[in-house]
Design a protein around this ligand. Structure first.
Ligand code: DGY
Length: 420
């Protein structure tokens, strides 16, 4: 499928603007998104290492003084995206949102370093990048885990990247929608509203945002007073893996890794507190309302990617994963289809997402080679049959959301061209 490899590269280049890349060219996401840029950089690394590094550098240009890397950077302020830069009203050097997203940069950078010849000036650049990523991780440790539990909180569903996942249904139901809330959604004019979050979800997204804005996104205050505060299995798995990869990078460049190492230890000691021995399943924790959240989300399997050193847990996860939606034509559905919250076509409530498959494929590699190969094959298959879309039905592969989707194209390149 040589021609599709070229098409993937063209998709990325077509979405590229000055030093950064849009998640899609169809107006749905007219800005730079944090984790999208991570995946996109990995895609570029197969044909233009400088573009890969530039993508990361541009994202880090928007890093806040306290270390946070925002979930959106609004390089172009003239768009009809909502919430736009005036609705957020913040940013350091670049207009941005006031929240973050899954921190995958360390992981991506390690992947890039492992398979590329790097010249001297690129090495200098990479060293600077690593220092900024370290500051970002330290921000998480300091402000998102002030009680030193080894697990970090997210303060808005948008921070997870899986915005309207049923994982958030319970905590979101408790969010009292602001009175006289006035705003205009733009997303559901571009994409079939049945495939996007509900209006009531948006009312709550905006309410939580407005509250954070009212305290000027002060990270200390935000942790205590956000209307939403959840410790999520998937998010913490991504962070654990990123911390391990960061240690590897710090080591390579002779930078101090003691603080990150210490935190990894703390995480490892405490992650199993999110395991319910009776129900034999992991749960996320709604800290705001002191409740456990049991949703059969594919993101719970990101723990395989975190490489949690526990054979028994790994075997159990793999056993459950095989039952997640193996009867369907395409996997993995974001939510297990027999669960009451499952919706075949609505954004993060059922469809197949390529980045989830990618995390799981990577996670399975050193644990169940046969299954990891199968996941890779099926993921490539859906893209080759249906194209570079944002998400797909697990029943028939129907493509949904944005087309020319950058991270799908980028991860296709990794799945096809990564020799490791
Ligand atoms: C959106 O606009 O749908 C994004 O997922 C929010 O980050």
């Amino acid at each position: 499928m040589k021609h599709l490899i070229n098409k993937a590269k063209k998709t990325l280049l077509g979405n590229r603007r000055r030093g950064y890349t849009l998640p899609t060219n169809n107006k749905l996401y007219p800005a730079q998104w944090n984790w999208d840029s991570g995946f996109i950089a990995l895609g570029y690394s197969y044909f233009n290492l400088n573009f890969a590094l530039k993508e990361i550098n541009t994202l880090l240009d928007g890093q806040w003084k306290d270390g946070m890397v925002p979930h959106i950077l609004f390089h172009d302020t003239n768009t009809n995206y909502y919430p736009n830069y005036t609705a957020w009203n913040c940013g350091n050097k670049i207009h941005s949102s006031g929240i973050t997203q899954p921190p995958i940069l360390a992981t991506i950078l390690k992947e890039i370093l492992d398979k590329n010849k790097i010249n001297k000036s690129q090495l200098l650049n990479i060293k600077k990048i690593i220092k900024k990523i370290k500051k970002y991780h330290e921000w998480f440790i300091k402000f998102r885990d002030p009680k030193k539990t080894g697990l970090v909180s997210i303060l808005h569903p948008w921070e997870s990247g899986y915005d309207n996942s049923p994982i958030w249904d319970d905590p979101m139901e408790k969010v009292k929608i602001e009175k006289n809330l006035k705003y205009k959604r733009a997303d559901n004019k571009v994409i079939n509203p049945d495939h996007r979050p509900h209006n009531i979800d948006y009312d709550r997204y905006v309410t939580i945002k407005n509250n954070l804005r009212s305290i000027k996104y002060n990270p200390k205050k935000a942790y205590k007073s956000s209307f939403f505060n959840v410790v999520d299995v998937g998010f913490n798995s991504i962070f654990l893996k990123a911390n391990k990869d960061l240690v590897y990078l710090l080591d390579k460049f002779n930078l101090d890794k003691s603080k990150i190492n210490k935190y990894i230890k703390l995480t490892k000691n405490n992650f199993l507190k999110l395991y319910d021995k009776r129900k034999k399943t992991f749960f996320s924790k709604d800290l705001k309302n002191k409740k456990k959240i049991y949703i059969p989300s594919i993101t719970n399997y990101f723990l395989l990617f975190a490489d949690f050193d526990d054979d028994k847990i790994n075997r159990k996860l793999i056993k459950d994963l095989k039952k997640h939606n193996y009867k369907d034509k395409y996997f993995f559905s974001s939510i297990k289809p027999n669960h009451k919250s499952f919706e075949e076509k609505r954004y993060w409530r059922g469809p197949v997402w390529i980045n989830c498959n990618w995390f799981i494929y990577k996670g399975l590699k050193n644990k169940d080679n046969l299954l990891s190969k199968k996941v890779k094959k099926k993921t490539i298959q859906i893209i080759e049959k249906k194209g570079f879309h944002e998400y797909y039905s697990c029943k028939n592969g129907q493509p949904m959301g944005a087309n020319n989707f950058s991270w799908t194209a980028a991860l296709y390149l990794d799945l096809k061209l990564n020799k490791n």
